[in-house]
Design a protein around this ligand. Structure first.
Ligand code: NCD
Length: 307
């Protein structure tokens, strides 16, 4: 595999392979010196046109733990500010000699476009409302780690589905691994059409919560809302926020997940993050190992995995 643009590039077998390799890198991450030489001499660039904390830092950490060199491109301090086009920017970076580029952009499809312009491997770090495959992989890994498998599990994805690339990639990944997915949101935050989505839909969170193995909360993507989709955030919270009271409806052992960044007090109660079944920081920690696995898979060319 050369690029990772969509979860559908992997399919169930590919996701399983990433999970298997991730196991080794979780072990590496727990070592006193969490570093292996697998990608020595390779260069990984992050090209982020949208803000990021977790994705950018964990790709950088992942690359470093594999002994790759990293370059960090920040739009706000680059010649993009002077009007340089995406294509010229990408070709300039590639001219410096790179092996992989992690692309995040506000428009859907940009990573595919970049893949046509460069010889390097392209990883989609989030494109608009479309996909965020490495987030889905780290979420699958986290669920498997805690629940053993996704087969036959029931996951509710709750909140701003309409604007969420995380929801799109997670629906593909969770269902590929045999989970049942229910989307829960007010009608205005659902995509205009769910034709072809292998999901069920509900507008009643209280009724769904007692039946799930994991509840996955999404951030209210205020920056992508160009119209008034909600009467008020308070009203959203009263119907769809995972408050402490609501979390009591969950079966024992059900996981509480969120990709971050959280709007505490909106989609998730400030105190819910401290519950023992909340795995949000575990998701972040697994993100590093999963991204090591993805970089290794794309660039490793048979190098010894964890030596
Ligand atoms: C998400 C993103 O940027 O798509 N964050 C992340 O990568 N962990 C989700 C979000 O912004 O709400």
């Amino acid at each position: 595999m050369k690029h990772l643009l969509s979860i559908s590039d992997l399919g169930a077998d590919g996701i399983d392979e990433v999970m298997r390799i991730t196991d080794s890198f979780v072990e590496v991450s727990e070592r006193a010196i969490p570093k292996v030489p697998a990608l020595r001499g390779r260069t990984v660039v992050s090209l982020f046109y949208e803000d990021s904390t977790r994705t950018r830092l964990s790709f950088e950490t992942a690359a470093k733990r594999l002994s790759a060199d990293t370059m960090n491109f920040s739009v706000s301090t680059s010649s993009v500010k002077k009007g340089e086009s995406l294509r010229d920017t990408v070709e300039t970076i590639e001219a410096m000699g790179i092996d992989a580029v992690v692309v995040r952009h506000g428009s859907s499809g940009v990573p595919w476009q970049v893949a046509q312009w460069v010889d390097a491997s392209v990883i989609n770090g989030g494109d608009g409302w479309h996909e965020h495959p490495t987030q889905a992989l780290l979420d699958c890994y986290t669920i498997r780690q805690r629940l053993g498998s996704l087969e036959g599990r029931h996951v509710a994805i709750v909140g701003d589905i309409k604007h969420s690339r995380v929801a799109r990639s997670n629906v593909l990944a969770f269902t590929a691994l045999g989970a049942e997915v229910t989307l829960v949101a007010p009608p205005t935050l659902m995509p205009p059409s769910l034709a072809g989505w292998p999901v069920t839909v509900s507008h009643d969170l209280d009724q769904v919560l007692p039946k799930v193995d994991a509840v996955y909360l999404l951030r209210m993507q205020k920056e992508r809302m160009t119209e008034a989709l909600l009467p008020s955030l308070r009203e959203y919270t009263s119907g769809y926020g995972l408050t402490m009271a609501r979390s009591n409806l969950l079966p024992e052992g059900a996981l509480i997940m969120h990709p971050g960044p959280m709007n505490r007090g909106v989609e998730i109660g400030a105190d819910v993050t401290d519950l023992p079944n909340t795995v949000i920081t575990k998701q972040v920690a697994n993100g590093v190992a999963v991204r090591m696995a993805v970089l290794y898979l794309l660039l490793g060319s048979g190098a010894d995995l964890v030596a």
